[in-house]
Write a protein that binds this ligand. Structure first.
Ligand code: M6P
Ligand code: ZN
Length: 191
């Protein structure tokens, strides 16, 4: 038996970062082009291409059954035409793989959607352990004034299906109304 060597990575609970991450992914507005409901507001912001979020990958564990990967995500505060900064969102390429999120810093929403377009919203604050069941697409949204960060752990072979979200979007979006987050239907949603 070729045993894998155990290891530990430290999560910074104040920042929601992993200082010794094996990889850090940066997602800017250009990487989310076409995903915000207000196309004009998105186009107006595109020249400055703001940083929306970073993903700190703790592992590059092999994408095989039985292995896990874990990471933290820090979403910066801001909106595009009143719609809060958010992740791209994805289904798992292997749809039956679940995922666990743990809120670390700030305040966010986890929005989930079935392939049939059913929506579920979970509020995430530090300590909230939110379960993403098999088959639900998932996106996280920073609805606060500061950074929103969370920890994620998922089967290493789950994979990413970004295509369906890019094409159809989520049926609901989260916008700022009178300074408060509100979940409203997405005018650009296509089933
Ligand atoms: C969490 C996990 C990651 C994911 C990241 C950003 O950390 O779910 O697997 O990559 O959020 O989300 P997305 O890939 O949709 O941009
Ligand atoms: Zn996932």
């Amino acid at each position: 038996m070729d045993y894998m060597t155990p290891f530990t990575r430290r999560v910074n609970f104040d920042e929601g970062t992993i200082p010794d991450a094996v990889a850090v992914q940066e997602r800017r507005l250009a990487d989310l082009q076409g995903m915000f409901a207000d196309a004009a507001a998105e186009a107006a912001l595109l020249p400055t291409n703001p940083l929306i979020y970073r993903v700190y990958e703790a592992t590059q564990n092999p994408a095989i059954p039985g292995q896990l990967r874990y990471s933290t995500t820090v979403i910066y505060p801001g909106t595009v035409g009143g719609e809060y900064f958010m992740t791209k969102g994805h289904y798992h390429a292997q749809g039956d793989r679940a995922e666990l999120y743990l809120g670390l810093v700030g305040e966010g929403y986890l929005i989930l959607q079935t392939p049939e377009g059913e929506i579920n919203v979970q509020r995430m604050t530090p300590g909230a352990a939110a379960y993403v069941p098999p088959y639900w697409g998932h996106r996280t949204i920073n609805v606060g004034k500061g950074n929103f960060a969370f920890f994620a752990c998922y089967p290493a072979d789950a994979g990413y299906d970004y295509g369906s979200i890019a094409q159809t979007g989520f049926a609901s979006i989260v916008v700022e109304r009178d300074g408060q987050p509100q979940v409203v239907s997405n005018p650009r949603f296509r089933k």
